[in-house]
Design a protein around this ligand. Structure first.
Ligand code: PMT
Length: 217
């Protein structure tokens, strides 16, 4: 029997949209496919899964609870209310910055205004807050999306956010990362680096959950 059977697992997926005004927002290219594959595989192993999804167009995998959110602040609140859990996997591409204020009215071009300065403020770090929670999950997994220096940035996140595993993927290359059906991950813990893929996101998710399972059992 899987070590995940009967365990509570919280997964985040997709982008967040940070509103600027009623018609514009700051977003990113995450489709949610990676996080949904992780959630579906956890269900297949018998886990009790909560999937916190940003704005995506994917159908809900069977057998889990899905909570839809839009912004980083909403995702933070949804994740915190889903705790405690046994394992947390943060596959969402959460905005690091959000507009300091949301205009209630559509921003209009001003005559003679050639540039617009938007003030952004830091969002709260969901992954770091989960790892620092009084009832910390037994296994906390972050993702790292990097265009370069994959290992250095991933290992820095592993330490800074006090997580157990970081699943690093290279973005900006064809057939991996955002939007693609496939992915290539290197999963880092304090000592090891485990390559997964290139393979479908379903297969990569399976490899990642094998590593989570090993830590739970
Ligand atoms: O959705 P797909 O199209 O399938 O693409 C999958 C993916 C590329 C989005 C996914 O595999 C991935 O890498 N997700 C993490 C992307 C990301 O935002 O990485 P990051 O390096 O900016 O963030 C590091 C970690 O901190 C992530 O686990 C992220 O969820 C988390 N984070 C970041 C900011 C924040 N405010 N709160 C967080 O929890």
């Amino acid at each position: 029997m899987s070590a995940l059977a009967g365990r509570r697992v919280v997964v985040t997926a997709g982008p967040t949209f940070e509103d600027i005004d009623p018609v514009r927002f700051l977003g990113n290219r995450s489709s949610g496919k990676m996080g949904f594959a992780v959630a579906a595989d956890a269900v297949a192993r018998g886990a009790d899964v909560v999937l916190v999804a940003g704005p995506v167009t994917l159908p809900t995998p069977e057998g889990l609870e899905r909570i839809d959110v839009r912004s980083a602040a909403q995702m933070h609140a949804a994740v915190m209310s889903a705790l405690p859990c046994d394992a947390y996997l943060g596959a969402a591409a959460v905005a690091d910055y959000t507009p300091a204020s949301v205009s209630a009215r559509k921003l209009k071009k001003q005559p003679g205004q050639d540039a617009l300065v938007l003030q952004l403020v830091r969002t709260r770090d969901i992954l770091a807050d989960v790892a620092a929670h009084a009832q910390r999950p037994q296994v906390v997994v972050g993702f790292a999306a990097e265009t370069d220096d994959l290992e250095a940035y991933a290992r820095a996140k592993l330490a800074a956010k006090n997580v157990d595993l970081i699943a690093a993927n290279r973005v900006g290359v064809h057939g991996s990362g955002f939007e693609s059906d496939d992915n290539t991950l290197i999963v880092f813990d304090a000592r090891n680096a485990t390559p997964l893929g290139p393979a479908s996101k379903a297969d990569v998710a399976r490899g990642l959950l094998d590593l989570v399972e090993a830590r739970l059992s």
